[in-house]
Design a binder for this molecule. Structure first.
Ligand SMILES: Nc1ncnc2c1ncn2[C@@H]1O[C@H](COP(=O)(O)OP(=O)(O)O)[C@@H](O)[C@H]1O
Ligand SMILES: O=C(OP(=O)(O)O)[C@H](O)COP(=O)(O)O
Length: 387
């Protein structure tokens, strides 16, 4: 696989370089609440700028519906990237001058970016490739996506792995090649349908699986519990029932919440109470794991030698529902295991809750990408760089 250093040694002054970055940051209106992914993208972009390249950055924000939507504009990200680089970053379709950067507007405003149709994605990739002489893949958080600006464009241009992609893959290899047991994976968050898919393969690798966050309710339902208005992937309940059975057969300890904070609605000041998971009222939704679960999860993390955690345990953005995420994060900080936390929101939560970043062995920018790497799947955005 060729790397950014190979490209730099070929010489990039005056050349047009397209960088795919993952700048998918959490926003409150147009205020970035955590700029971790922007900061993580700086080393690659800065190296190119310093070498005099004309840098064009492609990135996405959220999941717009394949058409422009001001809510998902990357404009605030261009401003922050400019501050971090110490040189203004233009946004839009313009071309960059030598040693300057233009950030393309949210690439997912074009429906072809995420299309399942190879020809549609290839057409967008052609348009992107026409704007550049080389492609640097540095959006680790998105390398599990077979999308036009991640995968297809690499087939059209000389391609190189950026610093972030290389660094992330190197750390995650420790979790696959040099694993100390017990190996515990904790999963939460809200991208339930995406991430349920990885569990089947993870069951062949882990000793213990802790399930919290929005992920837990599909499991609780599969166990026969009612979950009220909680996040539920109804069409995957049966599949999850299969996971429960398989975990038992394999001797994998699958640990589910025993209590949750059940709220009247999805709001920071929602009325809420602690309820057992077999007694969630029909008119309530679980927005965090409860105190008994926090203790249970901490005890299940205490003897681990390797831990991977993706997905907040509750809606940590609301102070009242941040306790579960804090408890798991604190258990990792306390642990002397090799600890990796991955995911845009999980990494943001660690920082928002004021936990020391050096309390973790590695904070990865990718949640889904890390999980798919750990389950042993080939990541399309990495594989394509090897060809
Ligand atoms: N019980 C829950 N109900 C609804 N949303 C939840 C729940 N628990 C966690 N979340 C939400 O999950 C989101 C993060 O999920 P996800 O994107 O899967 O994580 P990551 O970005 O770390 O990979 C957070 O915004 C958080 O509020
Ligand atoms: O936020 C991301 O992934 P993550 O929540 O799994 O860390 C990436 O930017 C990928 O976004 P996507 O899951 O909408 O493809």
């Amino acid at each position: 696989m060729k790397t950014l250093d190979d490209l730099l040694s070929e010489g990039v002054s005056g050349r047009r370089v397209l960088v795919r970055a993952d700048l998918n940051v959490p926003l409150d209106g147009d205020r970035i609440t955590d700029d971790g992914r922007v900061r993580a993208s700086v080393p690659t972009i800065k190296a190119l700028v310093d070498a005099g390249a004309r840098v064009l950055v492609a990135a996405h924000l959220g999941r717009p519906k394949g058409e422009p939507d001001p809510k998902f504009s990357l404009a605030p990200v261009a401003v922050r990237l400019g501050e971090l680089l110490g040189t203004p970053v233009g946004i839009g379709t313009g071309t960059a001058g030598d040693g300057t950067v233009v950030l393309l507007e949210n690439i997912r405003f074009d429906a072809r970016e995420t299309s399942k149709d190879d020809a549609e994605r290839a057409a967008l990739a052609d348009e992107l490739a026409a704007k550049a002489d080389a492609f640097v893949s540095d959006g680790f958080g998105v390398v599990h996506r077979k999308q036009a600006s991640v995968y297809d464009v690499a087939k059209k241009l000389p391609h190189y792995a950026g610093r972030l992609v290389l660094a992330e893959v190197e750390v995650l290899r420790k979790l696959t090649d040099d694993l100390r047991r017990p190996y515990v994976v904790a999963l939460g968050g809200s991208k339930v349908s995406d991430k349920l898919g990885v569990i089947k393969n993870l069951l062949t690798k882990v000793d213990r699986l802790l399930i919290g966050g929005g992920m837990a309710y599909t499991f609780l339902k599969a166990q026969g519990h009612e979950v009220g208005g909680s996040l539920l992937q109804e069409d995957q309940v049966e599949q999850v029932a299969g996971f429960l059975k398989e975990a038992e057969e394999r001797g994998v300890e699958l640990v589910l919440p025993v209590d949750v904070l059940a709220a009247t609605d999805f709001a920071p000041d929602a009325e809420h109470e602690v309820v057992a998971t077999d007694a969630i009222p029909a008119d309530r939704q679980g927005l965090d794991i409860g105190p008994a679960t926090r203790e249970l999860f901490a005890s299940k993390l205490a003897d681990a030698k390797t831990v991977f955690w993706n997905g907040p345990m509750g809606v940590f953005e609301f102070e009242a529902f941040a306790g579960g995420t804090r408890a798991v994060a604190e258990a990792l900080v306390k642990s002397d295991a090799f600890t990796v936390v991955g995911g845009g929101d999980s990494a943001a939560a660690v920082r928002a809750l004021g936990l020391p970043e050096d309390g973790f062995s590695h904070i990865s920018t990718g949640g889904g990408a890390s999980l798919e790497f750990l389950e042993g799947k080939e990541l399309p955005g990495v594989k394509v760089l090897e060809d």
